[in-house]
Design a binder for this molecule. Sequence first.
Ligand code: ARG
Length: 457
Amino acid sequence: MSAQGVRAEAAAHMAAIGASAHYDHRLAPYDVVVSREHVAMLARQEIIPSDAAAGLLAGLAELEEQLRSAKPVLDPDAEDVHTAIEQYLEERIGADAGWLGTARARNDLAVTALRLWLRDQTAELGATLVALAQALAAQAEEHAGTVMPGFSHLQVAQPVTFGHICLAYAEAFLRDAKRLGFVRALQDECPMGAGALAGTGFPIDRDSVARGLGFRLPSANSVESVGDRGFALDFLSAGASIALNLSRFGAEIVFWSSQPVGLISLPDELVSSSAALPHKRNPDAAELVRGKTGRVLGNLYALQTVVKGLPLSYFRDLQEDKEPLFDTADTLRLSLNAAVSLATLMRPNTATMRDRTDVAFITSSDFAEWLTREQRIPFREAHHLVAKLVRAAGELGCSLGELPVDVRRGVDERLALTQWPDITVEASAAARTSQGGTAPERVREAAALLRTRLAEA
Ligand code: ARG
């Protein structure tokens, strides 16, 4: 290849590796908002002529209109969306478009637009998390008294109520919604005016731009604010938390809906059949809610790796912030919407739930507690005694409540009681009335309280 050919290829490779307009076009509406605020401030401060400002505002208004009607008016081959917008304005209003670049750089512009986009994402995802918790609250209200096996180690442990389990997930999702709010509040600062890195000599009014864009403050340090992506990492890390909680919820639903478990049923809309096995009802939506967690965690790791080792200020590496953010927001939107449908439409199989609590000795802890409460036997000792009773009942093939008095006396003189309880799973669940416990009355209270907290979230 000729030297000229090699250089032509190099230019093409440079353009290809540098291009971002094919994905960062979704920041276009945010660039318009930032640019409008910037132009208005420049005119107020008499930094640019007022007729140039009027022309720019008209051009931006026209662009906004085109974007709203989804007309592809921006050059997809421009280096990035911000360059494409300047080009568009130049075509529409001519040389006056050149005033727009006064007292700003793409470094402060790009990161400001990104922050505005992120603010909308946190609001939308936060609202969907609240909707998910509402759906779970509705299940809890309906099934406050529905008894099912509670697991630890996936071994049947104690009877719980389905409502209590739904509220457990709701708690995690409400906390995630708050986490997004913290991310938004922590860095409510506007980078505009930082310029390329050092600020500007023009008499700009950063306060008014920050306020006009809905930020609390302008950023404190120009160098820091063009190179900082902590706000993006905070979002990705909150996103990872959401994804992890969704993943656990998805895994739970997959388990519950497996036939040998049979605790819940899913509607046709949320399962798929198998190409090979005609009877299958695969819980694909729940599996994907779980499976999509991988990319969300990966996106956090990707941006952490980009930022690691970057000295202060702007490097082109930072352009790699957008795709992980876009993908995390898009993925969480899909997963959360599917989770809302799952939470709304899953139906507990109440009879099966009751059946599955019919595991030998599921109420053994209730017997130990009864001995402590009624017979004043220290709990550790009561626990040992019940362990012996469990063994004896296992050998006799009866329940703890059915153990004959002589067998109990054989274990310990103090167990030779005429009043010997037979604790049902309903009684076991109903007895757990401590605050935050599984008793139906507590679940009803907790659901009501959750509704209030959600209304405030
Ligand atoms: N597209 C770039 C980004 O998103 C905009 C900033 C470019 N600045 C520069 N000096 N090349 O990071």
